[in-house]
Every structure is written in structure tokens, then in C-alpha cells.
Design a protein around this ligand. Structure first.
Ligand SMILES: [Zn+2]
Length: 229
């Protein structure tokens, strides 16, 4: 008998707070998440224990440390991006004495693009796309290839269909990955475009200008352009 066990991790939204985001430099609202984990046997978890907290900036989407002295509140309006006086005093009163930095569109975009890269990384690691492709390969592509070969007994048909099957799975994998990134990053990308007064084309151009490391970002934005406009 195989015993399936391991650790389950969950991220629970606990509220929102004002912060001077160290990633994009903006005075913004961040959503606070509690990370907790539990051991599981056969995917049935035991008691969850808090492991830590992080804040996700509503503008650039980067995950940053909870500012010291800050307390997340559950009644911060969902559409608020920049804290007003009341939210500031209620969630992070220290900021009242600190002048916010001058907004820097380039820094905001750089932080956003970095967040897109780490989203892509995580999606690839979590392997959701790979998992689906594996299932597709197993239950659709391989039987189709075998069926075609049995039907025709023709080796060129076999090779061509194997190649097409592999290409199909790769294309599906890519499509799924980009769709997952677009789904998660859409609100942040749209907010940055609005805040910096940029069209999707200008954003793509800027990602390209920021160097080779951000090439996957401009490729993704180009590919999913219609999701963001
Ligand atoms: Zn930020």
C-alpha cells in the first residue's frame, strides 16, 4: 500500500493596508496574506499553522514584507489603490509622518514586469500546464497515433503523427501557461497602464526596451494583448 503524504500550503487573504511599496516605490494599498501549512495524509490536511505573512502590492503585484507597525484592516475598499487619510491612519499610521516618494512610472513598470516573470516561473513550476499536457498526451495524442498506425500500417504516417502530436502538446502547454498568467496579472497590468497613461503597445515597447531579461514579458503581453485591452 502506498501512503500519500506531504505538506499543504494555503494563502489566505486577511485584509489590506497602506504601504510605501519597496518594489515599485508607490504609496499604495497592499493585500495581506497569511501563509499557513498543514501536513496531509492522502490529501486530508491536519491543523493549519501560520508560517508567515506577506503583502501583495495592488499596483505592481509584487509580494513584499509586511511593514513593521502596520495592521491590515478588512474594511479597505476593494477598488482602492492609493490609501486615503483614514485607511493610512488605521492601517499604517507611521506613513503619516513620511512623505511619499515621487511616483516613478519606469520603476512601477519594472516592478510589474518582474512580477509577470515570477508569475510565469511559478506557473511553470506548479506545472499545471505541464500536467494537463501530460494528460492530453496520454489520453489523446498517443492513442490517436497508435490508432492511425494500426489503420494505415504506414511508417511515414506514424512519424508525421508523432511529430504533430508533440507539436500539439507543446502549443497547448504554451497556450495554457499564457492564459494562466493573463488571468492572474490582468488587474495589475491594467492598473499600471492606467496609472502611467500607457497603451498596451507602449507597455510592450517599454518591456522590450528594458533589456533581454524582460523579453518573455513583452512576448507574453504581445501574445495576450486582447486580454489586457
Ligand atoms: Zn508596488
Amino acid at each position: 500500500m502506498i501512503i500519500v503524504w506531504g505538506t499543504k500550503v494555503k494563502h489566505t487573504l486577511s485584509g489590506a493596508l497602506a504601504l510605501d511599496c519597496p518594489a515599485c516605490g508607490e504609496r499604495a494599498i497592499g493585500d495581506e496574506y497569511i501563509v499557513s501549512s498543514a501536513s496531509h495524509i492522502y490529501y486530508i490536511p491536519g491543523t493549519y499553522k501560520e508560517e508567515g505573512r506577506y503583502v501583495r502590492c495592488r499596483l505592481c503585484s509584487m509580494k513584499v514584507d509586511v511593514p513593521s507597525g502596520a495592521n491590515a484592516a478588512s474594511d479597505v475598499p476593494i477598488e482602492m489603490l492609493v490609501p486615503d487619510e483614514t485607511v493610512l491612519l488605521a492601517t499604517n499610521p507611521k506613513l503619516a509622518d513620511i512623505r511619499p516618494e515621487e511616483p516613478d512610472p519606469i520603476r512601477l513598470q519594472a516592478a510589474l514586469f518582474t512580477a509577470v516573470l515570477s508569475c510565469k516561473d511559478r506557473q511553470e513550476k506548479e506545472g499545471n500546464a505541464g500536467g494537463f499536457s501530460g494528460v492530453l498526451l496520454l489520453f489523446v495524442a498517443i492513442p490517436a497515433v497508435i490508432y492511425l498506425f494500426v489503420l494505415t500500417g504506414n511508417y511515414p504516417v506514424l512519424y508525421v503523427s508523432i511529430a504533430l502530436g508533440i507539436i500539439g502538446v507543446i502549443l497547448f502547454n504554451n497556450w495554457y501557461l499564457h492564459r494562466a498568467i493573463a488571468k492572474e496579472m490582468k488587474p495589475y497590468i491594467q492598473r499600471t497602464m492606467k496609472r502611467c497613461g500607457l497603451s498596451i503597445d507602449a507597455l510592450i515597447e517599454n518591456a522590450d526596451k528594458m533589456g533581454k531579461g524582460f523579453r518573455p514579458v513583452s512576448k507574453h503581453l504581445t501574445r495576450c494583448r486582447e486580454h489586457y485591452t
